[in-house]
Ligand binder design. Structure first.
Ligand code: ITT
Length: 213
């Protein structure tokens, strides 16, 4: 991790986010800023790098291969996230296939929209009490030598609603309903989401890893 002195203030640390998802980038920046960590975007590097093939069967396995792959390729300490939605009535699907549940064609926004339509259709006959689900997030931090510096996992519990609501966030946020606040995840502000999300919890669990580097 690179330390950059800031005019006598606490030095800031830099970590590269091993992700092509701009929504994750925004969330990581907001979650890590209070820890004094600056998140560098892959797109800001002068060179482009091949995306590792995400062929592990678990979130943790995919997070590991993204962090290790990009750390080795870029020579930088990388943090990676593999995440998705696990729906109990669908035996944990879409799980690690969340990003491409309804197929791989189209833009990211088009894939997200198609995924939500498909999920609603599959859940149509599922009664209210069986619509429990959660977002899951595995985070891995690795250095260029191939050493894993930290790993963690977080969950964000809710139920699958019967229609989409909210414009914030991304992916399945408009469908994960949170009974305690009577809102979907997409109706939360980014601060509210980060405070209780799978990603926020996973990062907080390894907060000390960033202060040690
Ligand atoms: P990278 O692999 O480059 O990081 P990706 O979007 O392909 O980007 P994943 O393979 O981890 O990332 O898939 C994550 C998918 O899970 C994402 O596209 C959404 O469909 C869903 N997802 C994960 N976190 C979410 C969140 O906070 N809100 C809504 N949907 C989420």
């Amino acid at each position: 991790m690179v330390m950059s002195p800031q005019n006598g203030r606490q030095p800031e640390m830099e970590v590269l986010l091993a992700s092509t998802n701009p929504h994750k980038l925004q969330e990581f920046r907001e979650i890590l800023a209070p820890l004094g960590v600056v998140v560098v975007d892959l797109a800001s590097l002068s060179q482009s790098f091949d995306e590792p093939v995400e062929d592990a069967s678990t979130f943790a396995g995919n997070a590991r291969l993204k962090a290790l792959g990009y750390a080795e390729a870029t020579g930088r300490v990388c943090v990676a996230d593999d995440s998705g939605l696990s729906v109990d009535a669908l035996d944990g699907r879409p799980g690690v296939l969340s990003a491409r549940f309804a197929g791989s064609s189209g833009t990211r926004d088009e894939r997200d929209a198609a995924n939500n339509v498909m999920l609603l259709a599959l859940m149509e006959a599922v009664p209210d009490e069986k619509r429990t689900a959660r977002f899951e997030c595995a985070v891995c931090v690795a250095d260029p030598s191939g050493t894993i510096l930290a790993e963690s996992h977080g969950t964000f519990e809710g139920v699958i609603s019967r229609e989409q609501a909210g414009d914030n966030g991304f992916g399945y946020d408009p469908l994960l309903y949170l009974p305690d606040v009577q809102k979907t995840s997409a109706q939360l502000s980014s601060q509210e989401k980060n405070a209780r999300s799978h990603r926020g919890k996973a990062v907080q669990k390894i907060a000390t890893c960033f202060s040690k580097m």
